[in-house]
Design a protein around this ligand. Structure first.
Ligand code: URA
Length: 209
C-alpha cells in the first residue's frame, strides 16, 4: 500500500493557514503556494540517493556528497498544478517539466485527457506529480495511469490539501505511489469542494472566478 505523508513542518502549516484564509488576495496566495511547494519539495526529496565526492576547499581536500545522478521530472496537472511548479524548481532547477490537462466528461463524469506534453525519457525519471487539491482523486488517479501507460516507473504525488476520499481513490488505484500532502481535511461537499479546504485553487491562483 502506498504511504500517505502529512508534512507537518511548522512553516508549511503556518503558511497553509494564510493560503486557506479567504482574505488572502491573488498575489499573496500565489507567493504562499510557491513557498509551500518549495518547503514540501525539500521534504519530498529527503531520500534522494547521495554519492561521495571530493572538493578542494581553500584549506584542504574535503570528502563531500552530491545527489547521485537521479533525474527528476515535475508533472503539474493543469491548471492549478502550475502554481506549485516554480517553488519546486527553485530547489531542483534542472528538473524537467511535463504538463497534463484533464477535464471531466459531463456525461460519464470520467476524466478525459485534453493535453499531454512530457519529457521524452520519463521512464528514467522519478516523477513528482502535482495536483494541489486532491478532492475525489479522479484526475490524479487518471494522470498517474496516463503516465504509467507512457512508461513512467517511479512517481510520487504532491498535493496541498487532500480529502480522505481522494487519498482512498489514489491509494486503491496506485498502491505503488506515495502521497505527500500538507493537510488531510474533513470531507468533500456536494459540489466536490474540500471542506474546510481553500476554495477553488485555480481561481485563487489566477484571479479568475
Ligand atoms: N478543486 C479545488 O480547487 N478546490 C477544491 O476544494 C476541490 C477541487
Amino acid at each position: 500500500m502506498s504511504q500517505l505523508y502529512v508534512l507537518d513542518h511548522p512553516l508549511i502549516q503556518h503558511k497553509l493557514t494564510y493560503i486557506r484564509d479567504k482574505q488572502t488576495g491573488t498575489k499573496e496566495f500565489r507567493e504562499l503556494v510557491e513557498e509551500v511547494a518549495m518547503l514540501m519539495g525539500y521534504e519530498i526529496t529527503r531520500n534522494l540517493p547521495l554519492e561521495e565526492t571530493t572538493v578542494e576547499t581553500p584549506v584542504t581536500t574535503a570528502k563531500t556528497y552530491m545527489i547521485a545522478g537521479k533525474k527528476l521530472g515535475v508533472i503539474p496537472i493543469l491548471r492549478a498544478g502550475l502554481g506549485m511548479v516554480n517553488g519546486f524548481l527553485r530547489l531542483m532547477p534542472a528538473a524537467k517539466v511535463g504538463h497534463i490537462g484533464l477535464y471531466r466528461d459531463p456525461e460519464t463524469l470520467q476524466p478525459v485527457e485534453y493535453y499531454c506534453k512530457l519529457p521524452s525519457d520519463i521512464e528514467e525519471r522519478e516523477l513528482i506529480v502535482i495536483d494541489p487539491m486532491l478532492a475525489t482523486g479522479g484526475s490524479a488517479a487518471a494522470a498517474l495511469t496516463l503516465l504509467k501507460n507512457r512508461g513512467a516507473k517511479q512517481m510520487k504525488l504532491m498535493c496541498l490539501i487532500a480529502a480522505p476520499e481522494g487519498v482512498k481513490t489514489v491509494q486503491e488505484a496506485h498502491p505503488d505511489v506515495d502521497i505527500y500532502v500538507a493537510s488531510v481535511d474533513e470531507m468533500l461537499n456536494d459540489h466536490g469542494y474540500i471542506i474546510p479546504g481553500l476554495g477553488d485553487a485555480g481561481d485563487r491562483l489566477f484571479g479568475t472566478k
